[in-house]
Design a protein around this ligand. Structure first.
Ligand code: ARG
Length: 653
């Protein structure tokens, strides 16, 4: 049961003979800001006042007169200027709670119409180890798949891996020129990523060397202009000073560029071995691109190498996914769509959508300066072409009603053009949505890097999380009043759950649109909005049952009624009843932070309940039985909620 939705339905029908389109006004039923006013609040009388040319209070009175909520609420109250407050009846809360006791879905409803949703997430470019930049898409996408499935929606989780891009040309080039055979035989993937990094580094070096003279020339010109302006302009004039300031800034920025370019060059040249590798081929970038082109044209040797590299690269990814407990239904990478690309371009041309521009094929869009490039001058197809083929496949073969792209906000422009092109192309049957997200930052508020400036590898990040969690788990267990309870292997398992859960939760609890600062302390804190806190709340409840030697299943089937004897019990039960609402709200705009917030609040309410209400030692048998139900319902909701975020809940911590 989604209580808020039910109230909205009732408000909509009360509004039906007052206005034409009641829905948006009914949506203004929200949880009450302050519990003293009730459980929910409708704010629609204020915006309706203008439309109906009446006072908000009068409108609120009319709505209340028409409202049929007697079965669930106390008579609604009107507060100035026209807020309608709803307080749910205790009987109703209890009867709804009673239903949840035997409901595995904890009140989460399946939508009326069947839907197939493809979730495109994680999707790393292979041949590079996964790094922190892959975390958000992986964690967010996995949570969304779990939540949608729990609601009974048909989901395809698809890892649209980048297995056909320019990085393969770089690796092939590296393999042909710089391979360390022994290293490769011992362990393929680290050697491949070394080759990738090396070719990248050498290409950057030559690019830097090539750009330096140009930058210096630019600086000279800028300085000349600056000097002449300085003598020419009247410095008492504000505008002139501003112009000069701009010129100075430009000079400084070029100087900075020159410095960083020069230091890149010096750094590489300081390493004699690297320098001699670099000297072998100043055209390395171009030659690596040629290797990619050869692969794409079906060159035998390069195709063989690609077939040799790919399984090892995938294996490395799969190990990471296993550790993160992330599953995919399919892993149709970019290479899968290659045979379809020529036809995509033909079809776009036939429909008059793609046209030639400077030898390339482009889709031009009104109001958009940059066109959507579907085939380059050299004949190569692009990321965009592949994505168009993918949409066609997902709609025609997978019968997708909706496709979610869980991808970095920096690709917003790509998705905007992609969606528009695919609509015009005739693939407008599915809702296409970019589930965009911000960047993970370091404490310095810049994209999260290691101290030496490299990207943070995902594996080392997880290892560190588990290591730090292990310390917390040890300390907590060692300081238990009756001595430690956990054996070595349990401690390690708990540390994995806390460490990995901590990383996932820290990511999911932020509004996905915002950037956030990665902080170990905040992430693993035992009190605060963290996975650890919620996991401890859950384990604590399991501990109550363990201590009382009470079997939870038999509690679930004992048929004892729920009771409310204290406000903390009401507040806790009310929150438990709102699980369905939280899950549906997550799905409105695919925001799992709604669920983390809900679980955090539930843990807090449990704490207040447990501080006030004794459970095992309660003498009134009926009250004790009811409280055990509340404990069990809370634990089940916490466990289910965290599992929908991909986070484990150990029974003992
Ligand atoms: N491989 C791409 C990248 O790393 C992300 C792919 C996202 N999915 C898609 N269908 N474009 O940037």
């Amino acid at each position: 049961m989604n209580v808020m939705k039910e109230l909205r339905r009732r408000v909509a029908s009360a509004l039906a003979d007052m206005i034409d389109n009641p829905q948006p006004f009914a949506e203004m039923v929200k949880p009450a800001q302050d519990a003293q006013f009730g459980d929910y609040q409708a704010n629609c009388a204020m915006p309706l006042a203008g439309q109906l040319k009446q006072k908000p209070r009068e409108i609120a009175e009319q709505i209340v007169a028409k409202l049929d909520v007697e079965d669930l609420c106390e008579p609604p109250d009107i507060a100035s200027p026209g807020f309608i407050n709803f307080k749910l009846k205790e009987d109703w809360i209890l009867s709804q709670g009673q239903v949840l006791i035997t409901d595995d879905k904890l009140g989460v409803e399946t939508p009326d119409s069947a839907r197939t949703v493809v979730v495109d997430f994680s999707s790393p470019n292979v041949a590079k180890p996964m790094h922190v930049g892959h975390l958000r898409s992986t964690v967010l996408g996995d949570a969304l798949c779990r939540i949608l499935r729990f609601r009974g929606i048909h989901v395809y989780s698809d890892n649209h891996i980048g297995d056909w891009g320019t990085q393969f040309g770089m690796i092939i080039y590296g393999y042909k020129n710089f391979l360390n055979k022994t290293a490769y035989q011992n362990n393929q993937v680290p050697e491949l990523s070394r080759l990738y990094r090396l070719v990248n580094q050498l290409s950057d070096y030559h690019a830097a060397r090539n750009s330096l003279p140009q930058l210096e020339e630019q600086l000279e010109q800028q300085q000349e202009i600056l000097e002449s302006k300085r003598s020419e302009l009247d410095m008492s004039d504000k505008k002139a000073r501003k112009e000069l300031g701009k010129l100075e800034a430009a000079v400084n920025s070029t100087k900075e560029k020159i410095d960083s370019t020069a230091s890149k060059i010096t750094a590489l040249e300081a390493d004699a071995e690297l320098k001699s590798l670099a000297d072998r081929d100043p055209e390395i970038a171009k030659n690596a691109r040629l290797e990619t082109a050869k692969l794409h044209q079906g060159d035998k040797e390069n195709t063989e190498l690609w077939n040799q590299f790919l399984p090892a690269c995938l294996e490395m990814l799969h190990q990471m996914y296993a550790r993160l407990d992330v599953q995919f239904d399919m892993e149709l990478g970019e290479s899968y769509y290659q045979p379809m690309l020529a036809d995509v371009v033909e079809s776009l041309k036939a429909k008059g959508l793609a046209s030639e521009s400077d030898g390339a094929m482009c889709v031009f869009m009104e109001g958009n300066a940059a066109p959507f490039l579907v085939q380059k001058q050299d004949g190569a197809f692009t990321y965009a072409t592949t994505d168009l083929a993918t949409i066609r496949y997902r709609i025609e073969e997978l019968k997708a009603d909706e496709i979610l792209y869980v991808v970095d906000a920096r690709q917003a422009e790509h998705f905007k053009l992609l969606f528009e092109t695919s609509h015009r192309w005739g693939f407008d049957q599915a809702d296409l949505r970019h589930i965009s997200f911000g960047t993970i930052l370091g404490e310095d508020k810049r994209p999260f890097k290691t101290r030496s400036g490299d990207t943070v590898g995902l594996e080392s990040l997880i290892d560190e999380a588990v290591e730090q969690s292990r310390k917390i788990v040890d300390e907590t267990d060692d300081s238990k009043p009756n001595g430690p309870e956990l054996d070595e292997s349990t401690r390690q398992q708990v540390a994995e759950a806390v460490g990995i859960g901590g990383i996932k939760y820290a990511d999911l609890r932020h509004n996905r649109d915002s950037d956030y600062v990665f902080s170990w302390d905040k992430m693993l804190s035992k009190d605060g909005d963290t996975a650890t806190y919620i996991q401890y709340a859950h384990a604590r409840i399991c501990g109550i049952f363990r201590k009382g030697e009470i079997n939870r299943e038999s509690v679930q089937n004992d048929g004892n009624p729920l009771m409310i004897s204290a406000p903390e019990e009401r507040a806790l039960l009310m929150q438990i009843l709102r699980f369905g609402e939280a899950i549906e709200t997550v799905c409105e705009d695919y925001r799992p932070n709604v669920l983390t917030q809900y679980l955090f609040e539930l843990s807090n309410l449990f704490s207040s309940f447990y501080a006030r209400c004794i459970v095992l030692k309660e003498e009134n048998k009926n009250l004790r039985a009811s409280r055990l139900h509340l404990c069990d319902l809370t634990a089940r909701t916490l466990q289910t909620g965290l599992s929908l975020l991909g986070i484990e809940t150990p029974e003992q911590m």
